[in-house]
Write a protein that binds this ligand. Structure first.
Ligand code: GLA
Length: 380
């Protein structure tokens, strides 16, 4: 639970002033469309009601005072000292100041005190939540006029160029642009979006999110390797990105590397699944999306090879215990699974997975249910 009183009290202790406002940005789950974003493809995430919140204030000098309530850490730096590649939690905030300035926006010093209840390293975009909340705060504090998609792009620059994680736009777009009770369909090439209603409760369903507690990290080589293989495959096929594969069999016939063939097959079939899910979400009962979740998981496990034993056991157990569909969500190598269940079933299914983990000698998972929440904004 976020303690906003403690957040504001900390702001007062650090600065001797009242915060000029509170801004938030949520974590996300990706309903479907994994590792498609950097292939110019399609994604369909929704925002969580778990978020980063920043108490912020503008300063008259060029100092940045950055505080994390959870870590009980306070960092003082200045605009002149900002330097891409700096490590540490505060680089997600400092990186946004840097990215805004790189984009030509006039941003000076600020006091930014943050808190977050997005689980860290669980594949729920804890980093994008911090970045997007920072963008929201600085846009207001400095009276900047930046359209929502451009705010997401700035946050992504912070992640890519400052923090050094070569991710796509999925997380920052979701954290910035999502709407309550809706998924966000995003075409990562044209940047066209559509909010798709996801009336889970109305239709008698629940969405379980279960954190396997197997930590993952994007700065790791595996994410970058997947991305490089996709780019090499597109170059071999003579197309700008894997999004442009029109005939999968013909494309695969032009490749001879088994690993590359698998990676391409995942991306192309995953894009098809997102488009189908988008269509079904607009026209059909949400249960009809469930088989796509299962197929997506199998593709991530067998072709993209980004799942791990805890994640596979969680998905298999969810299905065996009656989930309609289940898949890993996020970048992979650990983190969370999602499962679409009938209303009232999610908790029992979470418990079944916990029992299976116990039996397998894995650590205890944590689970909760989610409904699509709004994207970044001002709280007060
Ligand atoms: C991480 C990245 C995203 C996306 C997903 C995989 O969350 O930040 O850009 O590539 O992995 O779909």
């Amino acid at each position: 639970m976020l303690d906003l009183d403690a957040l504001q009290a900390r702001y007062r202790t650090v600065t001797g002033e009242e915060p000029q406002g509170l801004w938030f940005a949520p974590g996300r789950v990706n309903l479907i469309g994994e590792h498609t974003d950097y292939n110019d493809g399609f994604v369909l995430p929704f925002a969580l009601d778990k978020k980063a919140v920043i108490a912020g204030g503008r300063r008259d000098d060029d100092q940045l005072v950055l505080v994390s309530l959870e870590l009980d850490d306070e960092v003082h730096t200045s605009i002149g000292e900002l330097s891409p590649g700096t490590e540490g939690w505060f680089s997600y905030l400092a990186g946004v100041v840097w990215a805004l300035r790189e984009a030509g926006h006039s941003v000076g010093g600020a006091n930014l005190v943050m808190t977050s209840d997005v689980p860290l390293g669980a594949g729920l975009s804890s980093s994008a939540a911090i970045e997007c909340a920072t963008v929201a705060a600085l846009v207001d504090l400095y009276g900047l006029d930046i359209a929502p998609m451009d705010r997401a792009k700035i946050a992504r620059v912070a992640e890519n160029a400052y923090v050094g994680a070569p991710t796509g736009l999925l997380d920052q777009a979701a954290s910035t642009l999502c709407k309550a009770d809706h998924g966000l369909f995003l075409d990562c090439r044209t940047l066209e979006t559509e909010h798709v209603p996801l009336p889970m409760a109305e239709q008698g369903y629940e969405m379980l999110v279960l954190d396997t507690k197997t930590p993952h990290s994007h700065v790791d080589g595996e994410y970058g390797t997947r991305r490089a293989t996709c780019e090499a495959a597109a170059a071999k096929l003579g197309i700008p990105a894997l999004r442009d594969v029109e005939d999968l069999d013909a494309a695969l016939a032009q490749l001879d590397d088994e690993t590359m063939i698998k990676r391409v097959r995942h991306v192309v079939t995953e894009n098809e699944r997102v488009l189908k899910a988008f269509e079904l979400a607009r026209t059909a009962d949400l249960a009809e999306l469930a088989p796509l979740l299962d197929e997506s998981h199998a593709s991530m496990r067998d072709d993209y090879e980004i799942t791990v034993p805890t994640v596979d056991l969680a998905v298999d157990t969810a299905k065996a215990a009656g989930a309609l569909g289940a898949r890993m969500t996020g970048g992979g190598f650990g983190g969370c699974i999602i499962a679409l269940t009938k209303a009232g079933e999610a908790d029992r299914i979470g418990q079944a997975i916990a029992d299976a983990f116990d039996e397998a000698g894995f650590g205890a998972p944590v689970w909760f249910t989610v409904t699509p929440a709004p994207g970044a904004g001002r709280l007060s």
